[in-house]
Design a binder for this molecule. Structure first.
Ligand SMILES: [Zn+2]
Ligand SMILES: [Zn+2]
Length: 140
């Protein structure tokens, strides 16, 4: 499956699972390359447990899809194995916020590329990833 087809799956999933009042963000954690991706984990943004989204702009308190995605990878694999799999790719309908970008650099050192549809309102997150050598490319 290529990045464009994967993005369609991500967007369907994000809309279907939507429980944040502000946005529907989905992430596919894949292995492989842009033209030949294997889906490993899907995640979406939203409240955790019994919490509810407040709908407040920038403050709704929902957990971001990117952090959930990285946690799923870390839960599923030992650090040792991650070091061997160096071609993890994220397909997301947005670029990350600065917190998620920093989180990915801290815990997602296995990530090689980020393919997205839209830019998040603050472009700094993407710059953080690019400065760290992660490919960030818009899917057209
Ligand atoms: Zn929310
Ligand atoms: Zn974020």
């Amino acid at each position: 499956m290529d990045a464009k087809e994967m993005l369609r799956i991500v967007m369907l999933y994000a809309e279907q699972e939507r429980n944040c009042l502000r946005a529907a963000v989905g992430v596919a954690m894949c292995t492989g390359t842009k033209d030949s991706l294997m889906l490993r984990y899907l995640s979406h943004n939203g409240p955790v447990g019994k919490n509810k989204c407040s709908g407040e702009k920038g403050q709704c308190g929902c957990f971001h899809a990117e952090i959930r995605a990285v946690m799923k990878v870390l839960d599923g694999h030992s650090q040792k194995r991650l070091a061997l799999e160096d071609t993890w790719v994220i397909i997301c309908n947005y670029t990350p916020c600065t917190t998620c970008a920093n989180f990915i650099l801290q815990y997602g050192k296995f990530l090689s590329a980020w393919y997205y549809e839209k830019e998040y309102r603050n472009p700094r997150g993407m710059k953080i990833l690019r400065d760290a050598g992660i490919i960030c490319e818009k899917i057209s």
